[in-house]
Design a protein around this ligand. Structure first.
Ligand SMILES: NC(=O)c1ccc[n+]([C@@H]2O[C@H](COP(=O)([O-])OP(=O)(O)OC[C@H]3O[C@@H](n4cnc5c(N)ncnc54)[C@H](OP(=O)(O)O)[C@@H]3O)[C@@H](O)[C@H]2O)c1
Length: 205
């Protein structure tokens, strides 16, 4: 499969890149800072550009089968009001339509589930600005006729691949954290096997 990855220099995106290469896919990364790529750079097609640049992104998307988007904001910015995630999703969707690419798996967050309890309530408050931006991002994606999947993981941590619990439209019970690698495996399998189309999925270890 020809796969384009957004956010490939980030913690999730780096793992998505490694998983996709290990599974034999032809991987293109669309990044603004190619110097941040690791040794896997030699096995990649690298396109440089900003995620908000629809023109450049659509040119990079020609001939691709699917997109995995693991874009994010640095913690400092995610705690302030922003509409980057929503704007980047709008640019991604427009570029995919222009290039004729139909399959998208995109990372959102478990904080959007209305889970009960102090733990979840605290993070909903703490991450309220980012959650608002992610909610707008999801609205953009859900309004398209693309074959999309929105993954909502809990807190992400460094670690090996691990078995996943997946729930459609809900957060699995006691979902507190998950490895970047396990999320990456889910995202790649999702586009590869065309699973969970048109669904928001909650994930947990
Ligand atoms: N981390 C967690 O615990 C956690 C938990 C749940 C959900 N999530 C969600 O998972 C997603 C990814 O998180 P992460 O921790 O992997 O993010 P990250 O490490 O901060 O990586 C973000 C990626 O987005 C790229 N990016 C940002 N602005 C860009 C722009 N204008 N143009 C092109 N690329 C741009 C960054 O590129 P540069 O390297 O050039 O900056 C980087 O590759 C986020 O949306 C977050 O909401 C994260």
């Amino acid at each position: 499969m020809n796969l384009l990855i957004l956010g490939a220099t980030g913690r999730t995106g780096r793992e998505v890149t490694r998983v996709a290469l290990a599974r034999g896919h032809h991987v293109t990364v669309y990044v603004r800072s190619p110097n941040k790529l690791g040794p896997e750079r030699a096995s990649l097609r690298v396109e440089q550009g900003d995620a908000l640049d629809t023109e450049r992104l659509s040119a990079a998307l020609v001939g691709q089968d699917a997109v995995v988007s693991a874009l994010g904001l640095p913690a400092k910015l995610a705690l302030r009001p922003s509409n980057f995630m929503a704007e980047a999703a709008a640019a991604t969707v427009a570029a995919m339509k222009r290039a004729g690419v139909g399959r998208l798996a995109i990372v959102s967050a478990a904080v959007l589930f209305p889970q009960k309890g102090f733990f979840y309530a605290f993070f909903r408050w703490f991450l309220r600005h980012h959650a608002c931006d992610l909610s707008a991002m999801e609205t953009v994606v859900r309004a398209t006729d693309l074959d999309w999947t929105i993954a909502r993981p809990p807190r992400l941590v460094t670690g090996d691949d691990e078995p996943l619990r997946i729930a459609q439209g809900a957060l699995p019970d006691k979902s507190y954290k998950l490895s970047f690698r396990a999320l990456a495996s889910f995202l790649v399998e999702c586009v590869e096997q065309r699973r969970y189309g048109g669904q928001i999925v909650g994930l947990a270890r």
